[in-house]
Design a protein around this ligand. Structure first.
Ligand SMILES: [Zn+2]
Length: 89
């Protein structure tokens, strides 16, 4: 995944892992649509109880802030469609 400015979130993560440092070098957030929230909580509870192989991952998107240009890159839940938002100046 690459930001519009060229910053590579994946390469930054790999550099971080090679340096044996924890966590991504950028801020990221889980994103869940309100209509799916209860379903995600129920699926996660089942996964934690090890009663099923189902995961809630398709209902959870990701929002990442670019440390270089401050744009917000969002991978939408269900579709993984990429949407980029720029900060107003
Ligand atoms: Zn950027």
């Amino acid at each position: 995944m690459t930001c519009t400015c060229g910053y590579s979130f994946a390469k930054a993560m790999l550099r971080r892992l090679k340096a044996n440092k924890k966590g991504p070098p950028f801020k990221s957030y889980a994103l869940i649509h309100n209509d799916d929230y209860r379903r995600v909580m129920k699926l996660d509870a089942k996964v934690l109880a090890a009663k099923t192989e189902s995961t809630s991952s398709k209902y959870v998107g990701t929002a990442m802030t670019c440390p270089k240009c401050a744009r917000l890159t969002v991978l939408m839940p269900r579709t993984s469609r990429k949407v980029v938002y720029a900060r107003e100046k």
